[in-house]
Design a binder for this molecule. Sequence first.
Ligand code: TYM
Length: 353
Amino acid sequence: MNEKEIVLSGIRATGNLHLGNYYGALSKFVKMQEDYDCLYFIADLHALTTNPDPKALHENVLNILAEYLAAGVDPDKATIFVQSDVPEISEMYLLLNMHVGIGELLRTTSFKDKARKQLGLSGADEGDIEKQIIGSETNKRVNAGLLTYPTLMAVDILIQKAHKVPVGKDQEQHLELTRRFARRFNSFYNVDLFPEPENFNFGGHAVKVPGLDGSGKMGKSEGNCIYLVDEEKVLRKKVMRAVTDEGPKEPNQPISEPVQNLLTLMELTSTPEIVQSYRDAYADCSIRYGDMKKQLAEDILKVTTPIRERYAEIRADKDYIAKVVRQGADRARERASKTLEEVRRAMGIVKFY
Ligand code: TYM
């Protein structure tokens, strides 16, 4: 029998999940569990890089676990675990950091974005961000964990020797670094320990789910999210308030960014016929944004309502959640401890007594 390929992915424990998380990651988790050896986790250590309130962190771990289960991740098919339940990850993070350059970490886009936000630096400082961080009076707010975020993510993936990592477009640079670190480790120690992992999108492109505010991606820190657990009324209101434009002025004019964003959300949630009908209506100037938004809200609710309903039930059953992650931690540690042993041996950390 062929061994199944290994799939690993995780989501930071920083709040409830939104449509970006769902289409970039979670919906793929559910589909992939049928054909692959899947491990899905809650990245609570990664959440620490932005110093959350301890109580909120704990609640968020439980929330996201319940959301995984409510969306259809099945603990009998996939391993579900919490990152901090696998201490091997923390040890390998220390070891792999010895092969990661601070320059390559400083240049990572996600680091620069987050550091810029935390230090309140404007977009104009882009080219100079490294100097700004090092020179800033307030640089204590950008912690070393944020800088070494990509090492920890690489370890999550490499310690399970994953082949496929279903993530959204914003994580592709981290995956590129993971491949680079894997190659570097294999060649430095002349071993063949790590496969080079790839994003997985069922043959399509990596998705970037847009926000409702006209530009950019949907993201927790952007405050432009539709959450899987949003109540029906709240969700409808958010969609009805989405930014559009003044309407097409002449036939076949290019579609503006805010309207394209709504169409992108429709492409994910509605049927191709519905999407085409609104494209045609834009092209012949008959489009009515109110109708379009009503349709979009309806189609999003078809996806989120069953998840929200199951979520409430699962979230209330802490014993069940505990059972799932206890079993998940055992399974995740099995392969992690084997890999860690191989890494230690390769690096010369060998017990001689
Ligand atoms: P996080 O928690 O920011 O996001 C979780 C997943 O959701 C995807 N995502 C999106 N996809 C499309 N459009 C959007 N607007 C959008 N917003 C979020 C992300 O791409 C991601 O797949 N570093 C990771 C967590 C992580 C991880 C890992 C992932 C830690 N270790 C190992 C995979 C493998 C993160 O911060 O994701």
